[in-house]
Design a protein around this ligand. Structure first.
Ligand code: GAL
Length: 808
């Protein structure tokens, strides 16, 4: 059904969220007791944990550091990077103390009436090797840290007494290629529901048909009892009822409902319209369970003729890959931090996310539904053949199917998900066993969800062309290897190619290297990479090389850039150089601040707003008279550049080189302090837009720019304040390195700080840090009480910065 010229048409609606009186859902976030290290008998009810730390969940025990060169130091040959001898790699997994055992305990009580119910304990993910005990009894385990899982704990509970959940986690060394983090880093919930109720993850909502004026919504609900009745109401985003129906006929453990929505509004990244369905389950006249579910109506297809289509419109993936860490916050999931990331990406014009290389958080999927992002949900970085000694290869045989099943069951109703990925650059690309594994995993995905196709990110393109591995996949995903796209397109039967991973260009925000020359694996003494965006890896390429394929080949269905944000670990090209400890690949840095590359992508991807961005900065004391090229990233075709009023000529995008096609570059400009101005022209020669940057004077004060000023008083909400050192005229000082000290008073607390420097060993949770390239980001968290918040920031020799925020 996925072959060339045969349309693969999928029609779907989807659901998220569960809440109703008949079921009680408690998120266990506060008052967890936690300790690091092995503890005997910590699962027992009577165990005394009073001297353990009290933490809230989501929690990452390793993010507090300190950074240490020796942690998980790996002397390895990274074969997928083409290395032929083993070398010592520091910082590969972030140099933070994630290895070892951690124990968590939490208490809750249940009534006698509760014992008549079914009580589920759900985990959205725990890093890793979770073993879960309730009142001292082992109830189950989950090795893979990214998997969602749950246990029915009804039979282990005691009424009117304190019940204890104990969770033992253990992270092995050499188990990851990036910072995996440590702890119960996603939410944990207790669900109390009637024994006669909806099964957990039991609803599947799809749209089997969308005609011009109506959509047919198909809801399958799995239940725990016979002889029930289901009533379903669908509301539009404005809250009006648009359809309702009752179903008395039960087929085994399921109800099947077909519901018509008239004049449906379709879900898309531009208009992420969500409906709500309210499902009520009755036994006779008694309401026994109910669920409220948000969903979207949309249909997808992948064909050789039209590539990927959303609601009948060919749509290219303008995507980024994201690891699961949130920079200075570590891996502890925070919805506001995720929302900020997506807001930044939305402005760039990005329309798709790939959760590399594992299951995404449910919060991220909820946001992608609401904010409008297409989603490629990935599962594994490793199958049976290892990349790292203690990676997923240990679990593959026993757990791969279970992990895929839970991925699909837990997330299938999200409209944002348009594709599954069974793996990333798995070494099993070699050998006939790997072909069988690819087929098997894809079939598991199809069995669980016949509505979406499956891909694998492939880097061994020659091998997968020869073995049949690439041909059997629904979607052939190529990681890099732009020179092999044509050949793969010819050899593979699908009729299209997707850039499942692209670019891996490296840069450090605000750092520029001279002379400006393209090159791979470039290294400098300061362990930084150039923001002229001309440096990449031996296996990768510059963004422009991908753009050419995306633009010229209709059969290329889009790309997922490596990566949207820098992440902890994998400090290529400095993985052998301490103290590099986080990546350089990001379009934005670890603090979430856009690098220049952000504007290169924005100039192509954001089709509703203009982009006109000048680089480098213009503070080059000591380079007077020296050649200092100027690049402009813009959607306009041509522009004229002026230095202190003198024209440097007009540049126009051309086909001379890939770069000339997408960037305006003045390669011979000489530095002199003052003003650089760019004037972009329309095709008819009129002025379209202007922009200028100026040489800054001495650092004078601080500019504080919060991403919002109101917080919710829920103890979780976050504000991100970008702090810039500026001169007396308010011009940003792009080279300022100033130690800042943060003080937060009132209804908020200091949460973290980050400057985006991949070599900084300062911990994120102490309120002092140096600015890097003149900037850093301060994160403030709300408390559970409302009120004003005052943030003041001091830096020696600088006027204090102060800002008032409000929590309500
Ligand atoms: C890819 C890999 C990613 C990351 C990237 C760096 O090969 O899939 O996880 O390692 O290279 O360029």
């Amino acid at each position: 059904m996925f072959f060339k010229k045969v349309p693969f048409l999928i029609l779907c609606t989807f659901s998220v969220g569960l809440f109703a009186q008949e079921r009680e859902i408690t998120t266990l976030s506060d008052n967890w007791k936690f300790t690091k290290g092995e503890v005997q008998n910590a699962q027992n009810i009577a165990f005394n944990d009073t001297d353990w730390e009290t933490v809230s969940v989501p929690h990452d025990w390793a993010i507090y550091g300190p950074f240490d060169k020796e942690i998980d130091k790996q002397t390895v040959k990274i074969e997928q990077n083409g290395e032929d001898k083993a070398t010592e790699k520091t910082g590969r997994t972030g140099s933070l103390p994630f290895i070892g055992v951690g124990w968590y305990r939490n208490y809750f009580s249940v009534s006698k009436a509760d014992l008549e119910k079914q009580i589920l304990l759900t985990f959205d993910g725990a890093m890793s090797n979770a073993k879960v005990y309730v009142n001292g009894t082992f109830v189950g385990e989950r090795p893979y840290g990214y998997s969602y899982f749950y246990f029915d704990i009804s039979e282990y509970l005691i009424a009117d007494k304190e019940n204890v959940i104990a969770v033992r986690l253990e992270n092995q060394p050499f188990s990851s290629r990036w910072y995996p983090g440590a702890g119960i880093y996603r939410k944990v919930q207790l669900i109390k529901k009637n024994k006669k109720s909806f099964q957990h993850w039991g609803q599947t909502i799809t749209t089997t048909q969308i005609l011009e004026k109506e959509a047919l919504v198909h809801i399958v609900s799995k239940v725990n009892e016979k002889n029930l009745r289901i009533e379903t109401t669908i509301k539009n985003a404005e809250g009006d009822v648009v359809a309702s129906t009752t179903e008395n006929d039960q087929f085994g453990d399921q109800f099947i409902q077909n519901i018509k929505i008239e004049n449906p509004k379709l879900w898309s990244p531009e208009n992420p319209y969500l409906y709500t369905s309210e499902l009520k389950l009755y036994k006779g006249n008694q309401l026994v369970d109910s669920q409220k579910i948000q969903f979207g109506v949309r249909f997808i297809s992948y064909t050789a003729e039209n590539g990927f289509q959303l609601n009948g419109k060919t749509t290219k993936f303008k995507g980024v890959c994201l690891h699961h860490d949130l920079g200075p916050l570590g891996i502890a999931v925070n919805k506001e931090a995720l929302r900020r990331q997506l807001t930044i990406l939305k402005d760039m014009g990005c329309n798709a996310i790939r959760s590399s290389h594992n299951m995404p958080s449910l919060e991220q999927l909820e946001l992608c539904d609401e904010m409008g992002f297409l989603f490629l949900a990935e599962s594994f970085d490793e199958w049976k053949k290892p990349k790292v000694k203690n990676g997923y290869n240990q679990y593959f045989d026993n757990w791969a199917e279970k992990d895929v099943v839970n991925l699909v069951k837990a997330t299938k109703n999200h409209p944002c998900i348009v594709m599954w990925s069974a793996g990333n650059e798995v070494p099993d690309q070699y050998g006939s066993e790997g072909v069988k594994r690819a087929k098997w995993l894809q079939e598991v995905f199809h069995r669980e969800d016949p509505t979406r196709p499956v891909t694998v990110g492939m880097d061994q393109v020659k091998a997968v062309m020869a073995s049949g591995f690439g041909a059997l996949l629904d979607i052939p995903g190529l990681n890099y290897r732009v020179h092999l796209y044509e050949e793969a397109y010819e050899k593979f039967p699908q009729g299209f190619i997707m850039g499942s991973e692209t670019a891996s260009t490296v840069s450090s925000r605000g750092i520029y290297k001279f002379p400006v020359e393209n090159g791979y694996n470039k290294q400098y003494e300061d362990l930084q990479s150039s923001s002229y965006d001309v440096e990449y890896c031996s296996w990768s390429n510059l963004p422009d090389d991908d753009f050419v394929l995306q633009d010229d080949k209709p059969w290329v269905i889009g790309e997922f850039v490596w990566t949207g944000f820098d992440y902890l670990g994998e400090p290529t090209p400095y993985d052998e150089y301490w103290p590099s400890r986080s990546s350089y690949f990001g379009i934005c840095d670890l603090a979430g601040l856009p690098k220049d590359r952000y504007y290169l992508y924005r100039s192509r991807w954001n089709t509703t707003e203009n982009t006109l961005h000048i680089l480098p900065h213009w503070n080059w004391e000591g380079r007077e008279g020296e050649t200092t090229p100027i690049f402009v990233y813009t959607n306009f075709k041509k522009a004229e550049l002026f230095i202190n009023g003198k024209s440097q000529g007009v540049q126009e995008k051309s086909n001379k080189t890939h770069q000339n096609r997408y960037r305006l570059m003045w390669m011979d400009t000489k530095y002199e302090p003052g003003t650089v101005k760019v004037v972009a022209y329309n095709d008819d020669g009129t002025v379209a837009m202007e922009k200028e940057i100026k040489t800054a004077g001495k650092p004078h004060h601080l500019k504080l720019e919060p991403n919002k000023t109101m917080l919710k008083a829920n103890g979780e909400d976050l504000i991100f304040i970008t702090v810039s050192v500026v001169d007396k005229n308010g011009i940003e000082c792009p080279t300022a390195t100033k130690m800042l000290k943060v003080n937060v008073k009132g209804a908020g607390s200091f949460k973290a700080i980050c400057n985006g420097d991949a070599t900084s060993l300062d911990v994120f949770h102490e309120p002092n840090m140096e600015t890097f390239s003149g900037k850093l980001v301060v994160i403030v968290q709300s408390k559970k009480t409302a009120g004003p918040i005052e943030v003041s920031i001091k830096g020696s020799g600088l006027k204090h910065g102060k800002i008032q925020l409000q929590s309500e």
